[in-house]
Design a protein around this ligand. Structure first.
Ligand code: SF4
Length: 194
């Protein structure tokens, strides 16, 4: 158990639990930049750019996410402690299409970081990004059913967003894009109360 987020980040930055369990990770852990954030953003796993920089949401998906939330880079990182289901770049999928989804065992191994972060940060607003994050943290069945809904999570308001990577065709439907805009509006309203 860590006594501060700074100490947790030091421990997290050298974590190799999945490598030791035999999984082929392709980066060191990506660490949330900044300090003092009161909102918690929970994604799936870092991409290749994030793995290289060891900072979250550096690629195209991060730009789309900031556009949805109407936040510039500085505001985004000052507002959100950026975490994810797993913290190391998992590499490409065997099919060659997109990145590998972390296995259930990797997800479980990495859960200790999320649980410690939530205990230490006690965020008032939680935003999940993508289906895996919403399922792991909120227990919803699919992100499609949960976008635009407000959940309660241990005293925090939790609001799911779909993944902004563009890999899913769900975002192609105008009615779904309208639901994303509604969810982003809900998030902005909650952030305004912090
Ligand atoms: S994905 Fe998580 S548990 Fe696995 S090595 Fe990286 S930081 Fe550790």
């Amino acid at each position: 158990m860590y006594r501060s987020i700074a100490a947790l980040k030091r421990g997290q930055s050298t974590c190799r639990a999945c490598i030791e369990a035999g999984y082929p990770l392709e980066s060191l852990p990506v660490i949330a930049p900044g300090a003092g954030q009161r909102a918690f953003l929970f994604g799936q796993a870092p991409g290749i750019v994030e793995g290289e920089e060891r900072r979250p949401w550096r690629g195209r998906a991060g730009k789309t996410l900031r556009r949805w939330l109407d936040l510039d880079e500085d505001e985004f990182y000052a507002t959100f402690y950026c975490a994810s289901v797993t913290r190391c770049y998992p590499g490409r999928a065997a099919s060659g299409r997109g990145d590998r989804t972390p296995s259930p065992q990797e997800q479980r191994l990495c859960e200790r970081w999320r649980d410690e972060e939530l205990r230490l940060l006690k965020p008032r607003v939680v935003v999940t990004v993508g289906g895996l994050a919403a399922r792991r943290l909120l227990g919803v069945r699919s992100v499609g059913e949960s976008v635009g809904v407000r959940y309660e999570l241990g005293g925090a308001v939790a609001i799911p967003l779909p993944h902004p990577s563009g890999a899913s065709s769900w975002l192609n439907l105008p009615e779904n894009r309208a639901r994303v805009a509604g969810a982003a509006e809900l998030i902005r309203a909650e952030l305004a109360h912090l």
